[in-house]
Design a protein around this ligand. Structure first.
Ligand SMILES: Cc1cc2nc3c(=O)[nH]c(=O)nc-3n(C[C@H](O)[C@H](O)[C@H](O)COP(=O)(O)OP(=O)(O)OC[C@H]3O[C@@H](n4cnc5c(N)ncnc54)[C@H](O)[C@@H]3O)c2cc1C
Length: 499
């Protein structure tokens, strides 16, 4: 029987992020997908600023940024007349603590392709046409049935989407609702007669059609109300029906839709599981929560589920942490899933109201929540402090970036450069921060002193972001685990021992 440490079921953005994070830690990982070929349809088309930070840490940010666009204009029309044009992220510029202040428009298939290539760099390839049929848990692991063959894994993670086989095999259901009115026809299509500098949107007479240029392609993603049959039932989307919807809702002469490369029907669901783990089996991404796409949080939340779980599995498998650490995945991510359902449902209502107003549209939901930069885990047992500090980020908060300069070489260096990789980062900031101990197990923690003679914080950005005279332990996923008094450096080793 073949063996692996982790079997990742499903090679969407969630499974690929997890597989990359595990593979870079040296974990033996297999990733399977039942699909016979990689998907080519756009589906998700936006990465949040926080997802961009994750992809920076995974070493693919340059390729991701080169494949997408920022500041896409939202252009709304009545017929051929432009009635409103907005950039919902106008004025959002990089700051010392936030290098990626705006989301990136990029088709999901391209994100997946870049992650697959990264994974291949670690010697792991997605096993296509390989569906999980079932599994059985036992004391030491999970025996999975793939095709006819059994595979022995120490852990199995179901990243297998909304219809998750893993979730069903665990006997878990997605609880919530499927509002019956919310159905949308979606596709990737080419369009003559429309510019590629904006997301074109029409809302009229109870119908809608939106055409968003997909960067790096000749196609637009079309999202439209369904055409209905005589009984009012939705008809399968086709090229002719998309054109029919366009002519009815937009009615702009000379615009011709052609070459429909992918089409789908999107049904709004607001559902989640009530647990993310059953012993050695985990659920992540759409397998665990499905919700309205208003705000575009689907792909992004899956990426962050994976990023939360990867380092925990890595530490446990390497023997650096007790299996109890894995319990914090559900402890941290289940409340986030619940928040997500609430916020995306609210956002959907906001959009549905906004489009009734002249010039209103999907940009009505552009709030700072969607950046996911404010997501935090203050309730987690991994968020601890020995020093109380009213200013700066708190345990459980996202660890901000800051520009520094190497005192010896004079080279610029960012905190995010120090965080990049699978390790914890211990920062000793300020004069008293000099008490940072040397590397505590260099595989696990890298220690840096931010102060005279070491990494210079000449402009004071790190001190402003984190406070001075403090020890801050940043988790591998970029959240603050521990805030300690430099007089008690032993608390860092204690924290790590307790994992
Ligand atoms: C039209 C549309 C627009 C969207 N827009 C956005 C957006 O703007 N932003 C955003 O963030 N999200 C968006 N989403 C949502 C986003 O596409 C999903 O949330 C995302 O794909 C979830 O990723 P995932 O990896 O969890 O699951 P999936 O992408 O669904 O991947 C699951 C994978 O598991 C495989 N699989 C299933 N069962 C098995 C099995 N038994 N064995 C092996 N493999 C299996 C499937 O083949 C699939 O490849 C949109 C979705 C749609 C449809």
């Amino acid at each position: 029987m073949t063996q692996t440490d982790v079997l990742v079921v499903g090679a969407g953005p969630t499974g690929l992020t997890l597989a990359c994070d595990l593979a870079r830690r040296g974990v033996a990982v297999r990733i399977i997908d039942q699909a016979p070929e990689f998907p080519s349809g756009s589906r998700g088309k936006g990465l949040s600023p926080r997802s961009l930070e994750v992809l920076d840490d995974l070493g693919v940010i340059d390729r991701i940024l080169a494949s997408g666009v920022t500041h896409m204009l939202f252009r709304k029309y009545r017929g051929a007349e432009v009635i409103a044009e907005t950039d919902p992220e106008a004025g959002h510029v990089p700051t010392p603590d936030i290098p990626y202040p705006v989301g990136l428009m990029i088709p999901q298939w391209r994100v997946e392709q870049i992650l697959r290539e990264r994974l291949a760099g670690f010697g792991v390839t997605v096993e296509l046409g390989t569906g999980l049929r079932g599994f059985r848990q036992h004391a030491g692991g999970v025996t999975a049935t793939i095709g006819e063959a059994p595979l022995e894994a120490r852990y199995l993670v179901g990243c297998d989407g909304g219809r998750s086989t893993v979730r069903k095999a665990l006997g878990l259901s997605l609880r919530g609702q499927t509002p019956d009115v919310q159905l949308m026809a979606v596709g990737d299509i080419e369009v003559d007669g429309l510019s590629r500098d904006a997301w074109h949107q029409w809302f009229a007479g109870g119908g809608a059609i939106m055409l968003c240029p997909l960067p790096g392609t000749n196609a637009f993603q079309v999202q439209a109300s369904h055409e209905l049959d005589q009984d009012g039932s939705p008809l399968e989307p086709t090229l002719e029906r998309f054109q029919q919807t366009f002519d009815r809702v937009a009615g702009v002469p000379g615009v011709r839709l052609h070459d429909l490369a992918w089409r789908s029907t999107y049904r709004v669901q607001v559902r989640m599981v009530d647990q993310l783990r059953a012993d050695r089996v985990f659920l992540a991404g759409d397998a665990a929560h499905v919700h309205p796409i208003a705000g575009g949080l689907g792909m992004n939340s899956g990426i962050q589920d994976a990023y939360n779980l990867g380092w925990k599995l890595g530490l446990v498998l390497a023997g650096h942490a007790a299996p109890g650490l894995l319990g914090t995945y559900e402890e941290e991510r289940l409340p986030i899933a619940s928040w997500l359902l609430g916020i995306t449902s609210d956002l959907l209502d906001v959009v549905l109201d906004a489009i009734k107003e002249t010039g209103g549209g999907v940009d009505a939901v552009a709030t700072s929540e969607l950046t996911q930069l404010r997501l935090r885990y203050p309730w987690s047992r991994l968020s601890r402090r020995t020093a109380s500090r009213p200013d700066g980020p708190q345990p459980g908060d996202r660890a901000p970036d800051a520009p520094l300069r190497d005192a010896v070489t004079g080279s610029p260096v960012r905190l995010f450069d120090l965080f990049r990789g699978p390790h914890f980062t211990l920062l000793g900031i300020g004069e008293r921060g000099a008490a940072v101990p040397g590397d505590i197990g260099p595989d696990i923690v890298k220690s840096y002193r931010v102060g005279p003679g070491s990494l210079l914080d000449a402009e004071g950005h790190a001190a402003r972001a984190y406070g001075t005279d403090t020890l801050v332990l940043v988790r591998p996923d970029g959240y603050i685990g521990l805030v300690a008094d430099p007089a008690e450096p032993g608390t860092v080793a204690e924290y790590l021992r307790s994992l």
